[in-house]
Design a protein. Sequence first.
Lengths: 253, 253
Amino acid sequence: MSPPISLAPLRIVLVEPAGPLNIGSAARVMKNFGLSQLVLVNPQCDPHGEDARQMAVHAYDVIEAASMVSTLPEALAGCQRAIATTARTRDLQTPLESPELALPWLLETSPTALIFGPEDRGLNNDEMLQAQRFIKIDTHPPYESLNLAQAVAICCYELSRVSQRPVQSVPLTEFSTSSDAATLDDLDGYYQHLESILLKIGYLYPHTASSRMRKFRQIGHRAALSTQDVAMLRGILRQIDWATHQETTSKSP
Amino acid sequence: MSPPISLAPLRIVLVEPAGPLNIGSAARVMKNFGLSQLVLVNPQCDPHGEDARQMAVHAYDVIEAASMVSTLPEALAGCQRAIATTARTRDLQTPLESPELALPWLLETSPTALIFGPEDRGLNNDEMLQAQRFIKIDTHPPYESLNLAQAVAICCYELSRVSQRPVQSVPLTEFSTSSDAATLDDLDGYYQHLESILLKIGYLYPHTASSRMRKFRQIGHRAALSTQDVAMLRGILRQIDWATHQETTSKSP
C-alpha cells in the first residue's frame, strides 16, 4: 500500500482576503490537514493581528511563514497547475467541477495551487482564468455563499481524503475477532446460568424457556461479548441469585 | 436517479459550545448545505450576541430557531440514530470511523443527530455513549485539533455529498438496518431502569455505577437492540424488581 501523498507542497492562495478571522481559521485548518504553504495576495487586513492569531491558535506559524505578494500571477509563480474556486456559475463557458473530481489533479505533480477569492466578491473572471480548472462546492439555496475559511476547510479535507488510499471500512464486528472474545464454552456457561436465574425469578417458564433463550443468544452474538463482558454479566446473575436467596431464606420456617 | 435525500430533519447538536463565533459559523454552513435543526446543549456563551450574528450572516434564522436544552438526552429526544464526533482515539473500545463511512447511516431514517463536543475538551465518555457510532475526521500531527465550526463544515459537506450520491451505508450491524431498532429514548430508559435495579440488588454501588453503566451501554450498542429486545430486557428488570420486592416484603415486620 502506497503512503498518502504529501499535501505540503500545495499552495493555498487567498486573493485579497479582508477578514483576519478567516485568515486565522484557514491557517489552522491547513495545518490540521498537513498543508503549510499559504500565499496572501494583497491582503486587505492585518494577517498578523489579534483576530488572526485568535483563530489560528497553534497554526500561527503558517501565517508567519506565509508569502505576501501583490498579484495573483506572482502567487502562482513556478506552479504547474492551479485550480480556482468559485461560488457562482459564471459566464466563463468553462465547466465547474466538484472538489472531489478536480482536486486529485493537483496531487499528480508539484507545486500546484488552489485559489480562493475575496469574501465579498469572489474571484473575478481575469483571476479565474489564471487557473486551468474551476471548482464549485455544491451548496443549497437560499444561502449558497460559503464563508471563506469554511471553503478552505472543505477543500483541505477533500484534498486529504483523496490523497489517501480508499479508506478501508472499520469492521464493526472487530470485537468478535479480537483475542479477548469469549469462547463458546464461556458463552454457553453464561447462557445456562442466565436461564437458571430467569427460571428462578419466575421470568421464564420451563415450556417457553428455550425460545426466549434463543433471543438472548442472538443479542449476545450481535454484541460479540468478550471474556470480561461475560464475567461482568455473570456477576449480575450471582447478585440476583443472592438477592432472591435472601427472600427464600427469610420465607423459610 | 433518485432525488438527493433531504438533510433538513438531521439535528446538529453542539454540547456546551463556548465560542459565539463558532455557533455563528456552524449555523451558516448548516444553511449552506440545507440543514436547519440546530440544538444547543447548555451553551456557555450568548448564541444571540453580536459575534454569533457576525459569523452567521444570512443564517441567523438557524440560531433563532435553535433548540436550547440542558442535557444531551433532551437534545436527542425522539432520535432513532446518533453519531458522536471525537478528535481523539479514546479507550471506549468502539471503532472510530471516517465521516464518509458512517454519515450515510444517518440518512437512512429520521430524525437523527450528529453530536459535537465543547471546543476545549470534546465529548466525554458518557456523552459519547449517548450515540451509537463515532466518527473522527482524520487530521495530521502536529496539530490535529479542528476548530468546532470547521468540523461542522466538513461534516455538513460530507453529508451533502453522500446525500446526493446515495451510497450504501455500512450498517452498524446487519440488524440495525431494520425498522424496529430501538430509539435512543427507549435505550436511555432501559439503561436507567437497568441502573436502578442493579443499584437496588447491590450489584452496583453509587460511586462505581457510571463506569459500569458505560460498559453496559457499549454492549447494548454493539448488539443494536430492537424495540422488542428492549421490551424483553425491561421485562426481566421488572421481574427482578418483583422478586426483590418479595424479599423486602417478607422481611418487614
